[in-house]
Design a protein around this ligand. Structure first.
Ligand SMILES: [Fe+2]
Ligand SMILES: [Fe+2]
Length: 361
């Protein structure tokens, strides 16, 4: 589990105690002085650099602490939701030093003599602005993805499915999870009133986090999230009474429910869907030991996309909120996946666990 802190990087720790005290009123402040490293597992929610940036070693220290991946990307567009505040206290404001700070991803440059109260307020303002942007990116992602699902399920129910409608949902989902974070996405998805759409949005969000974490190429990320959105399309033709039953399905209902992978496959095959996505839709309930359905595939007969998607699907089902069941905590759900070691690929499950824990609240 990661632990968020404001990192105060300093090469003059004897003069940083006033700033540390004030920053502790915003959030836990961790002073990283000299050649020290932050405590293991600590993750920056903001960085204050009180370093002489004209020194190569100072630049190296700051660069080494910058988070990679979804938390912050130096050089990203100012105001973008995924960035954490990086405040550079400048000993000199020469063009060269300012350019250096900007290249390092500084969100604000202030003179070194700025009052600690002002520095603290700047961090508060930047965090608030980032959260607002993240909420709006997440909200827009849900709206676009829901529009795509509504079009798909209506097409699947009534005939005349147009696969193009799914494309408009992919980039917003990936952006929402990357910029706004998976937790915010899940919080929004859980307010959705339709259980099937909710599940598909949940699997899509978890899938987006997984492929963002694995740093897939953009095209491959979109392809995977597309499969996630489509994977349960066959449920469009399963009776609502079964889909929304507030409790366990009986044997007859389960038999009907288990037809959804083949129904989805047939609908999509007739709509000109690509083979990899068709395979993912038909086989997302197959298990490596042959105990899955509909075709009882074993081991190498189950491709990579299916293996990844199956893990996301089971995790989503375990952590879902329903009127009749509490959501399973993240660690418990990951333990269930790990216990399925004859059915799921253990290496992928471990990697999936890392991707989920990287954003665990
Ligand atoms: Fe399914
Ligand atoms: Fe599913």
């Amino acid at each position: 589990m990661t632990d968020g802190a404001i990192f105060l990087l300093t090469d003059r720790p004897d003069r940083s105690s006033a700033l540390e005290t004030i920053l502790n009123t915003v959030g836990r402040c961790e002073v990283v002085a000299g050649d020290q490293k932050p405590s293991p597992g600590a993750r920056p929610v903001a960085i204050v650099s009180d370093l002489t940036l004209s020194r190569r070693e100072s630049v190296g220290r700051l660069r080494a602490l910058l988070p990679s991946g979804p938390v912050a990307r130096p050089g990203a567009i100012a105001g973008q939701a995924g960035r954490i505040p990086i405040i550079c206290l400048m000993r000199s404001t020469s063009d060269q030093d300012l350019r250096q700070a900007r290249d390092l991803g500084a969100t604000v440059c202030l003179p070194a003599y700025t009052s600690p109260h002002v520095v603290a307020q700047v961090i508060r303002d930047q965090v608030a602005a980032r959260d607002e942007t993240a909420s709006s990116v997440s909200g827009q992602g849900i709206v676009r993805a829901t529009e795509a699902l509504t079009g798909l399920f209506a097409g699947a129910r009534e005939g005349g499915l147009t696969l193009g409608v799914v494309e408009a949902g992919l980039t917003p989902i990936l952006a929402a999870v990357r910029e706004g974070g998976l937790t915010r996405w899940l919080d929004t998805v859980w307010t959705h009133d339709d259980a099937t759409y909710q599940h598909c949005l949940l699997v899509a969000g978890v899938s987006a986090q997984f492929v963002n974490f694995l740093q897939f190429r953009e095209q491959d990320r979109q392809h995977f999230v597309r499969a996630a959105l489509l994977h349960d399309l066959g449920k469009a033709r399963i009776p609502q009474a079964i889909l929304n039953k507030p409790g366990r399905l009986d044997a007859d209902e389960m038999e009907i429910m288990r037809t959804h992978p083949v129904i989805g496959y047939e609908i999509l095959r007739d709509s000109g869907c690509d083979d990899a996505t068709l395979g993912a839709v038909r086989h997302h309930h197959e298990m490596l030991d042959g105990s899955g359905y509909p075709d009882g595939l074993v081991g190498s007969a189950i491709g990579d996309t299916v293996r990844l998607l199956t893990i996301c699907d089971i995790y989503a089902a375990l952590t879902e909120r329903r009127s009749y069941k509490e959501p399973m905590p993240v660690r418990d759900a990951l333990a269930v996946l790990e216990s399925m070691d004859t059915k799921l690929e253990a290496g992928l499950v471990r990697c999936f666990g890392d991707a989920m824990m990287a954003v665990a609240p």
